[in-house]
Design a protein around this ligand. Structure first.
Ligand code: SF4
Length: 63
């Protein structure tokens, strides 16, 4: 599983970080620091929660 973040959509709510801090680090301004990330087995449920929790639909999941 792989995730990408659309930085044109990201508004820096940090909800992704709150739901999955391991896979969704933030930059110094509170926006997602993720461009593309391979989610390690075992934390896919957390990544799914972050995906569903992003109010801007900035996160995409690629299976
Ligand atoms: S929850 Fe969505 S909008 Fe907010 S920081 Fe994360 S990717 Fe960006």
């Amino acid at each position: 599983m792989r995730v990408t973040v659309d930085h044109d959509k990201c508004q820096g709510h940090a909800l992704c970080f709150g739901l999955d801090p391991e896979n969704f680090p933030l930059d110094d301004l509170g926006y997602s620091a993720v461009d593309e990330r391979v989610i390690p087995p075992g934390s896919e449920d957390n990544a799914q929660r972050a995906y569903q929790g992003c109010p801007e639909r900035a996160i995409s999941v690629h299976l």
